[in-house]
Design a protein around this ligand. Structure first.
Ligand SMILES: *[C@@H]1O[C@H](CO)[C@@H](O)[C@H](O)[C@H]1NC(C)=O
Ligand SMILES: *[C@@H]1O[C@H](CO)[C@@H](O)[C@H](O)[C@H]1NC(C)=O
Ligand SMILES: *[C@@H]1O[C@H](CO)[C@@H](O)[C@H](O)[C@H]1NC(C)=O
Ligand SMILES: *[C@@H]1O[C@H](CO)[C@@H](O)[C@H](O)[C@H]1NC(C)=O
Ligand SMILES: *[C@@H]1O[C@H](CO)[C@@H](O)[C@H](O)[C@H]1NC(C)=O
Ligand SMILES: *[C@@H]1O[C@H](CO)[C@@H](O)[C@H](O)[C@H]1NC(C)=O
Ligand SMILES: *[C@@H]1O[C@H](CO)[C@@H](O)[C@H](O)[C@H]1NC(C)=O
Length: 695
């Protein structure tokens, strides 16, 4: 204890000294392009949505020649007229669909193409948009041979208006170049290195993160229409004024008013008005509002509100209203309609507690991946449905989108099922800090927050997973990242999953330096950086493998250390053990099902001790299911730390985790206990009371 105090004082001194030499940050230029629009495509009275999912033509460039398609103008005419093609499904990763390693492990560009007709009716007073849920990692899109958009960073949507590129009433051709190469400046990072092979040098893609760099058109492609003047974007913030009075603050952005070739047809912006209606689950209108002048913003008051509650925290969890937005011209003409599902909840936090609707929450969570057999990271409604059913079977109430943004469809399901989400951007193992990386990293967060800010389920932004924050350069870098995220959204806490040693980390510490003027001030102001501290640690796995008696106290000590220094809420976001289903050992031995269950149990003991402190607010198992990784001798067919197999069947530890999560939910929220959580074995009460004399 005394030793710790000395260290602490030394640290204080060190930090204080550092401040005097450090220049204040003056850079307020964020240098990031703001995304616009991108509302999830939804049909309405004024909008049509068409899916372009299905089988697409596919070809990859020659190995070591990613420029081939550009040189040979593969976008200029139908692909099959230029080169031999095959077909692949969209959405899906292309890697696991073939039998050749050359496709699975392809580095560089692949090309997709499909044709489609557009009705002549779509020319009438409409704009047509082409929207991609995600193409990993970067994409260039051509329509009828003309380049229309470029996008970088997978796992995030992008769209472009194509009205003037479309041939109405006839056939159109869309061509997409998809490039999976990761560099030191991409998010996430990777490196291309030359290595000698039997056929001379060849390029090898390396990366340090532990999941497979699946590539392709991972999510749906939509063609949709909006009216000429249309609802471009919606931003809402909800809160509870009292237990039964909720509010929705809204900002509605209108576009399409300027720069039209046929201006005469467009309404005057002064004549526009907005009508908002909020419908509850049974379709009754429970609030409404009118806006007569732009910019359109205001507040809806909802009486007798049914708040959005996490799963098991209320019998009617995941309650969503429908916000209907009607755009009118001249008081009558209906121009556009958009509907958005809205969960009304308050989210507050202080230096020890995270609260939803005024009640402290304890997160019973898991880290996940978008990963499955054959499809890789491709969107799959069947998989999503199974995953949410399994999460609820476990009694879990949260997951982290480790280590990239998950599909918009999954975010909608999280809202519906009352599952809280720590929403993580795709910066993983952040290293080699540079100005260019910083801009891309900020952009990944800007795109993520823009996409997900209206979801009740999103309770935290995670700015990175296991960044190399022991390095000095990480300090100014993350200070800027955090400033930027605060500038984008102040309504949610910021976190990062840290795995460096607390004595070496600069991420949590860094903002201290800015605010500290003297050692005295430091004591008052410490810990301004992350709002919640998450740490990942593999006791008895990567450290002391097999030593189950080296977990509980180590976890307790580390959580205490983080809290003691930074006085912030603490979550353990990763712990776990690789487990080969069907492998059994008594006594326990690593990789067996018994070992995973026993390792969990040792962590639970630490968590229950920590829960007595109000600042320990959650536990997240690594991982929900087994997932594919790069080939390495530590991975047997991928990372096997899943509680479920890759085909979503439980390992022994799943039952143990389920008992804990339901017991916690019962203790904290008095939720009903499913009858099969604890199976009948014997009446322990009868035995202890000595009622079983015959035994
Ligand atoms: C196009 O519009 C006309 C007139 O409104 C309608 O009769 C026709 O069914 C529409 N065609 C399609 C393909 O929607
Ligand atoms: C092959 O790569 C190595 C680096 O790995 C490099 O030193 C060497 O010059 C390369 N050889 C050729 C023929 O490009
Ligand atoms: C802007 O308006 C002009 C004149 O109406 C038109 O020629 C031009 O194409 C428009 N630009 C865009 C980007 O819509
Ligand atoms: C919807 O609101 C109406 C009117 O306030 C109310 O009677 C009804 O019970 C509500 N339905 C639900 C599902 O909350
Ligand atoms: C956390 O505590 C510090 C002082 O230790 C205070 O300045 C800060 O406002 C607190 N944060 C919250 C969210 O309450
Ligand atoms: C945070 O808020 C909770 C609930 O109001 C309270 O019990 C706790 O003491 C607060 N913690 C701090 C550090 O202010
Ligand atoms: C990091 O900063 C510390 C304190 O300023 C300094 O002592 C150390 O040499 C730096 N490390 C590197 C690798 O630059």
């Amino acid at each position: 204890m005394f030793k710790l105090l000395i260290c602490y004082l030394l640290l204080l001194l060190l930090l204080a000294q550092k401040t005097f030499t450090e220049k204040p940050t003056t850079d307020q230029q964020h240098n990031v392009k703001n995304t616009k629009g991108l509302l999830y495509p939804r049909e309405s009275e004024t909008r049509e949505v068409r899916s372009l999912d299905g089988l697409w033509s596919f070809v990859k460039s020659e190995i070591e020649d990613p420029e081939q398609g550009f040189r040979e103008l593969w976008y200029k005419q139908e692909l099959h007229k230029i080169i031999t093609i095959t077909t692949v499904p969209v959405p899906a990763s292309y890697n696991d669909l073939f039998v050749e390693t050359t496709i699975r492990d392809h580095i560089g560009t692949v090309w997709y193409e499909r044709k489609f007709f557009v009705s002549r009716n779509w020319t009438v007073d409409k704009r047509v948009w082409l929207r991609f849920g995600s193409v990993h990692y970067s994409a260039i899109v051509w329509l009828n041979g003309k380049e229309i958009i470029r996008h970088e960073i997978g796992h995030l949507p992008f769209e472009v208006e194509v009205t003037s590129f479309i041939k109405f009433g006839s056939e159109n051709r869309v061509t997409i170049m998809c490039d999976n190469r990761l560099l030191l400046t991409t998010i996430p990072q990777g490196e291309l290195v030359q290595q000698p092979s039997d056929k001379g040098n060849r390029t090898v893609q390396t990366y340090t993160f532990d999941f497979y760099n699946y590539a392709g058109i991972h999510r749906s492609v939509h063609l949709y229409t909006t009216p000429l003047v249309y609802i471009e974007d919606v931003k809402i913030i909800t809160d509870l004024l009292t237990e039964n009075r909720g509010i929705i603050k809204y900002e509605i952005f209108i576009a399409g008013l300027e720069n039209e070739s046929n201006d005469a047809l467009l309404p005057d912006s002064d004549s526009l008005s907005l009508h908002l209606q909020l419908r509850n689950k049974s379709g009754d209108i429970v609030a409404n509002d009118f806006c007569k002048t732009m910019p359109f913003s205001g507040t809806l008051l909802v009486l007798d509100v049914h708040p959005w509650w996490p799963y098991l925290m209320d019998p009617d969890y995941g309650y969503l209203y429908t916000l209907e937005i009607y755009l009118h011209a001249g008081g009558k003409d209906l121009l556009d309609v958009y509907r958005l599902k809205v969960g009304i909840r308050s989210l507050k936090w202080n230096n020890s507690t995270l609260m939803i609707n005024g009640r402290p929450i304890y997160l019973r969570g898991l880290g996940k991946h978008e990963d499955s057999d054959l499809k890789g990271k491709g969107l799959d409604y069947a998989l999503l449905t199974r995953d949410f059913n399994l999460l609820k079977w476990l009694g879990a109430n949260a997951y982290r989108t480790s280590h990239y943004p998950y599909s918009e469809e999954s975010m909608q399901m999280a809202d519906e099922h009352g599952i809280m989400v720590i929403d993580e951007c795709s910066s993983v193992n952040t290293d080699h800090f540079s100005a260019e990386l910083l801009v891309n990293h900020k952009s990944s967060l800007e795109q993520l927050i823009h996409r997900d800010r209206n979801h009740a389920s999103v309770i935290m932004w995670s700015i990175a997973n296991e960044p190399r924050t022991a390095k000095n350069q990480s300090e100014p870098y993350f200070r800027e990242i955090v400033d930027y995220v605060k500038h984008l959204d102040k309504t949610r806490p910021i976190t990062a999953a840290i795995n460096v040693d607390i004595t070496k980390d600069k991420l949590v510490r860094s903002v201290l330096l800015r605010v500290v003027k003297s050692p005295l001030n430091f004591v008052l102001l410490k810990g301004q950086f992350l709002d919640v501290i998450c740490f990942n640690r593999y006791n008895a796995w990567y450290h002391n493998a097999g030593q189950l008696d080296m977990i509980t106290n180590v976890v307790i000590d580390e959580a205490y250390a983080w809290n003691k220094v930074y006085k912030k809420p603490i979550i353990m976001t990763e712990y776990g053990a690789d487990t080969l289903e069907g492998l059994h050992f008594l006594p326990t031995y690593i990789w067996s099902e018994e070992y995973q269950a026993a390792l969990f149990s040792k962590h639970f003991k630490a968590f229950d001790f920590l829960r007595l402190q109000d600042w320990f607010i959650g536990e997240f198992v690594w991982n929900f299911a087994d997932f594919k990784t790069e080939q390495t001798y530590t991975r047997v067919g991928g990372n096997k730390k899943g509680v479920f197999t890759r085909s979503r069947q439980p390992k022994a530890a799943a039952y143990v985790l389920r008992q804990r999560y339901f017991a916690l939910a019962y203790e904290l929220d008095r939720c009903p206990m499913p009858h099969d959580v604890f199976q009948y074995v014997v009446s322990w009460r009868d035995i202890t009371l000595g009622r079983r004399d015959e035994l």
